[in-house]
Each structure stands twice: as structure tokens, then as C-alpha cells.
Design a binder for this molecule. Structure first.
Ligand code: MG
Length: 280
């Protein structure tokens, strides 16, 4: 069940510790990351560390036509309408509420309209296999995190980063295919702006008992068919310039696409609900 107020409260709580400073020094350039952020637990890196190694660039197989969903998939967007979606609380401005989607539907793809909030599925999910395709704006505008930024937020909390992956230096834990702020992708198989990329994501929701973490979330991600996250344990919901940690959250929640004010395009979005607690 989608409980917007509770959900917004959970996100607000999870992001409360992640507020960036009121104003960075005007001359500061953080395109390549930060050294004044906390250390990631058990790792020799700061959050968004500019010295964290970047993965190798890999040329993916040539793009093919969109992958058709299997018979048991829930089709969230097939190019015709956005009836499965609603406008959503922004993960950037931390403002907004459910309402009609204001993103653009053009030629069978949906495009982010800056400053109109995120969008979220009306339905809530837990463990899923998700397929989604996206393309960065062309010509590219901006640098680093301001160039083609969006995100796929499982349960509205756990971000697989969407960012222009083509000759766009940024911190490793913030590039496309990263679990944002936590784990860089294992490779960068991203395509040029305007070309279509695909994510195939297997997401295992965390198991919580109130505030108590019973089992963390895990994500496996294929980026243009290349493995970039291998059953990776997540540290907690996405935060900026802070170390993620778990707190009470709904057992299931909507899938959210982030509005980071870049006109990123999406198409061919479907998922399969998984029943990973059931033995087979
Ligand atoms: Mg993002």
C-alpha cells in the first residue's frame, strides 16, 4: 500500500542527515568529489572520494531494439501513457506531494521536466527484477553531477545512479551504475548522450523490524548487458555527503525516478515482482 505521508516522512528522516552545507564556497569545484565527507565504514574512502578508483570504460554490444517484457512482467511504461505513475516528493528539494505527472511524453519516451518533482509508481514493490532504458540529454549540458543526472530509486530510497556516462568526470560513487554514495560500478559501459542505455536490476529489499535491520538490501545491476553491481550489499538509503544507514521504512514502496533537473529520457520500463522469501 502506498502511504504518501509515511513514505515522505521516511525519506525526510533518511535525508535529514544528508543536508549539504547551506552554501559551498563560491569558488569550490566539487566536480571530482569531496575530501571533507565522512569515511565509508570499512573502506579507505571518503563518501564521494575523488581518489576512489574509477572503473574501466567498456564498449557494450551494439544497442538492439528494446527488450520486450516477459509474460509475468508489470509494464510500467511502454511508450503510450503514464497511467502507472504519479508525481512525487522530490529527493532533491525534499518538497512536493503526489499528483499528476508533469514530465513530458514525446514520441513514445518520457522526458524529465526540470523542477516538476520526481515520479513514482502508484503501486508499491519489494523485491523486483527491473528493466529500464534511459538516455542522457544531447547536446550535453553541464559537468559532473549536473550533466544528465537522474536516478532509479528502488522503494524510493535506494538509488542506482543515472548520469551522463560519456567523458563526464565525476566521483566514482556518483557515476552511472553506482549505488549512489556507496559503491562505484564495476565498469563503465555507458553510451553517448542521446543513445539508449539499459539497466537490468535485481533488487532485494531490506528486512526490517521497526528500526532494527534484519537483513540489508542487495542489488545486482547489468548496465547495457555488463555486470556493474554483483549482489552488492547496500549500506542504507541514498544520502548525499553522508554515510548511509538504515532506519524504519515500509516493507514495500513505490519505484521512483529522480528529477535532478536534467531532461533525461526513459522508455521501456517493466518489472517482475519476486518472492524471495519463498523457498523453491
Ligand atoms: Mg541521481
Amino acid at each position: 500500500m502506498y502511504r504518501p505521508l509515511l513514505f515522505a516522512a521516511v525519506i525526510a528522516a533518511s535525508l535529514a542527515a544528508a543536508q549539504p552545507p547551506a552554501a559551498a564556497p563560491a569558488q569550490a569545484n566539487h566536480d571530482l568529489g569531496f575530501k571533507d565527507t565522512p569515511m565509508l565504514p570499512g573502506l579507505p574512502w571518503h563518501v564521494h572520494d575523488p581518489d576512489r578508483p574509477h572503473p574501466p570504460v567498456v564498449t557494450p554490444a551494439p544497442a538492439s531494439s528494446p527488450a520486450a517484457p516477459p509474460s509475468d512482467a508489470i509494464v510500467l511504461f511502454n511508450g503510450t501513457d503514464l497511467s502507472a505513475w504519479q508525481s512525487h516528493y522530490s529527493t532533491i528539494t525534499r518538497a512536493g506531494r503526489p499528483g499528476p505527472v508533469e514530465w513530458k511524453l514525446v514520441d513514445g519516451v518520457v522526458e524529465v521536466v526540470p523542477h516538476t518533482g520526481d515520479i513514482a509508481t502508484k503501486k508499491s514493490f519489494k523485491d523486483v527484477q527491473l528493466h529500464i532504458e534511459w538516455s542522457a540529454p544531447t547536446p550535453p549540458v553541464g559537468n559532473s553531477q549536473n550533466r544528465g543526472n537522474s536516478g532509479v530509486l528502488l522503494m524510493g530510497l535506494y538509488e542506482i545512479q543515472v548520469l551522463d556516462p560519456w567523458e563526464n568526470p565525476t566521483y566514482a560513487d556518483g557515476q552511472a551504475g553506482a549505488i549512489y554514495g556507496q559503491w562505484p560500478p564495476l565498469a563503465n559501459p555507458g553510451r553517448k548522450p542521446g543513445e539508449w542505455n539499459s539497466y537490468d536490476i535485481i533488487f532485494e529489499a531490506p528486512r526490517m523490524d521497526g528500526d532494527k535491520l534484519l537483513r540489508p538490501a542487495y542489488a545486482t545491476v547489468f548496465f547495457n548487458g555488463v555486470l556493474v553491481q554483483n549482489h552488492q550489499e547496500l549500506m542504507g538509503p541514498m544520502v548525499y555527503r553522508a554515510v548511509a544507514h538504515y532506519s524504519a521504512q515500509p516493507a514495500e514502496a513505490p519505484l521512483v525516478l529522480q528529477n535532478h533537473n536534467s531532461p533525461v529520457r526513459f522508455r521501456n520500463i517493466w518489472l517482475r515482482e519476486l518472492s524471495l522469501d519463498t523457498s523453491h
